[in-house]
Design a protein around this ligand. Structure first.
Ligand SMILES: [Cu+2]
Length: 108
């Protein structure tokens, strides 16, 4: 009797494969978990050169300790609405010997 119940529940899941295949969380949320944002404070912005100077905390994704340094910015649009003194959260990617900011947002 018990086995019959389990068999019918399994049959139910197989009948609705679309429901069973539903992802548990949106893709954006899982991407954020994979690569958490680092904390920083803007010291200088170079719009023409598409660079930003950040005093940043540890960046685990590239194994960097806290320091102040210049980053290239992948997309100039990331610098929109950001100004010197702002606390920010950001994402860094290493490209050869360069560190490039790929995501930048004002922190609370
Ligand atoms: Cu650094």
């Amino acid at each position: 009797m018990k086995n019959l119940l389990i068999a019918s529940l399994l049959g139910c899941a197989l009948t609705f494969p679309a429901f069973a295949a539903q992802p548990a969380a949106p893709a954006a949320a899982s991407a954020e978990v994979a690569a958490p944002l680092s904390q920083g404070e803007v010291r200088k912005i170079d719009l023409a050169g598409q660079k930003i100077t950040l005093r940043h905390g540890p960046i685990d994704s590239v194994g960097m300790p806290p320091m102040t340094m210049v980053f290239s910015v992948r997309d100039a649009a990331l610098l929109e609405g950001i100004k010197t003194g702002d606390k920010v959260r950001f994402q860094v990617e290493q490209q050869g010997s360069q560190f490039v900011v790929t995501e930048l947002q004002a922190a609370e």
